[in-house]
Design a protein around this ligand. Sequence first.
Ligand code: F6R
Length: 377
Amino acid sequence: MPSRFQSYKSFFKQLTLAVVLLTTLPILMGAKKEYTVPVEGLDSALRKPHRIPIKRMFPDKPKFATLKKSPDRTYTMDRPKPLKRQTWWTIPKELKNKAFACQFNKQHVIVVDKEKGGALVAQWMIDQLNEREARNLPTTFGLATGSSPIPVYENLVKAFREQKFKTDNLSTINLDEYIGLEPGDSNSYKQFMRQHLIADLELTDDQFHIFDSQAQSENDPEIQRLQKLLTQNPRHFQLLGIGENGHIGFNEPDDTLSAETPTRIVKLTESTRKANAPYFGGDTTKVPTHARTLGPKDILHAERIVVLAWGEKKKAAIANSILGPIKPQVPASLLQKHLNVVWVMDAEAAATLFKQGGRVTREMARQFPTLFQTPEK
Ligand code: F6R
């Protein structure tokens, strides 16, 4: 019969064996097959040779993206796991009772009138610019034309005159431009931007980027030029308007449109040409038939996106874009794929959204009585 001492001894032997096996087996079998790592820093880390031990590459606790170990003992990155939707925006105290923040279909929506909305969005842009400036970092804004951003631009110009920010380290890239207008044509988006923002912010030609409005040639070098600029200047903020048909930039409803559609030349729809005719003396035939536009792929690349919508003409497009489903016939619905979008609109543009979204509180009804009186067409 084994002595008590011997049975203790064999018990500890087995225990040690079990511990050794449990700790070494996973290493022998290729260790953990997946590592989840913070997305920040991934780019530079992955540029290093993959053979660097994973723990040295990512000393922090891994979080978001997934690295998979392949048989040759190198690691490849899986698609990053979706980050959480962020709430970087704030509503200043003085607007607390005048702007309403809510969520529909996980999208951040702020209902506010056009004047205050302009001030609010301009403030976000200034805050981001100043915050980056304090860290000595350059900033790039993606900008839009049309009537929607005008209140934002007015507020930016006012704040610049009051020396609330500097533009030395700012550059801008516009979304789109008509094709076939003379460079100095007052209807070109280049002139629009100069008139409403660029000249007042004292931005030089090196800081203000927009497609040329000259006619296209083969292998359009203009698209390549802007594409290069987009790569060199990642946008920290993208301002968007939305068309009555749900377009963003000049990405018109089209069965082939997707979140991967690149920057390119497009044919404008009749409805867009009609909507833009007032700028051309009301004559739709004078509105160019084609334009260059950033594609959804590049639009979605911006770090933060704000979409502006004022007036009841936008209410259907707004409801379809925010409530979904995501479909190419509603280009702005592709923005649901971005995790950092804030939709800023007035009560009229929000009318259908609130009715279809079905989330109406008494407070909303008190603040925006018009929202609930507009008859649905
Ligand atoms: C303009 C642009 C367009 C407009 C849209 C809304 O650069 O990209 O998508 O944002 O047509 O136009 P407005 O603001 O005039 O209603």
